[in-house]
Design a protein around this ligand. Structure first.
Ligand code: SF4
Length: 225
């Protein structure tokens, strides 16, 4: 590859600094397109072996907001696109409620291959571990370095861990913006798949409304005017 990338466990992370630095990526002129092409052949961890394909981020290269989820799901794995399954539809609905245009935001995942366990004809989602999150941050750093979003949004604990480069409790960050990188901000909310799993209708409605409130807050932070 013709670019350089900062190590993902640099001094700020080792010191437990609450403000991880942004990546310092020198990109090729091809930008995201070229990095996406490189990621198609990634073997940095074992997940490429069983997944259908790499699911790279999507969206404008100059997006103000970058949403980071956990990993592609079953439908994303087959389509090769992030957030096109049920969780993606939930995200789309919340964005619409908050008057945010999906085509204006960049969406990606902390881990770019689907991790699952086969059960009969079904593939059951498995949470990625640090041994998978850490090597995949290579690609996330490139996305952060090229898009340079004003606001990075962690959707769930895995995304928060990947972005902070250490395990963090979602509850400690949910619903607030913290300094991130070089003059950027990090906002944390739940992953939309969490909302889909809530069995009680009342709780689901309440949590969905809270998620939409987060999206409104995200819009205000990214577009203060
Ligand atoms: S999950 Fe990430 S690091 Fe692992 S093979 Fe896929 S793209 Fe590479």
């Amino acid at each position: 590859m013709g670019w350089t990338i900062a190590a993902s466990n640099g001094p700020a992370a080792r010191a437990g600094n609450a403000r991880p630095r942004a990546s310092k990526v020198e990109t090729l002129p091809g930008g995201l397109q070229e990095v996406r092409h490189e990621a198609e052949h990634c073997t940095r961890c074992h997940l490429y072996k069983s997944a259908t394909q790499t699911v790279f981020g999507e969206g404008p290269q100059d997006a103000r907001i970058m949403f980071v989820g956990e990993q592609p799901g079953d439908q994303e794995d087959l389509a090769g696109q992030p957030f096109v399954g049920p969780a993606g539809k939930m995200l789309d609905a919340a964005l619409k409620e908050a008057e945010l245009d999906r085509s204006q935001v960049y969406v990606t995942n902390a881990v770019k291959h689907f991790k699952f366990t086969p059960r009969g004809k079904r593939r059951i989602h498995q949470k990625p571990n640090m041994g998978e999150i850490r090597p995949c941050r290579w690609w996330l750093e490139h996305e952060l370095g090229i898009v340079k979003p004003k606001l990075v949004v962690a959707l769930g604990a895995t995304a928060l861990t990947a972005l902070m480069q250490r395990t963090e409790r979602l509850a400690d960050f949910r619903g607030r913006a913290v300094a991130f990188g070089d003059g950027q901000q990090l906002y944390t909310t739940v992953h939309p798949s969490y909302l889909l799993r809530i069995p009680d209708a009342g709780s689901k409605q309440m949590e969905t409304a809270k998620f939409v409130r987060d999206m409104r807050q995200i819009r205000k932070l990214a577009y203060p005017d």
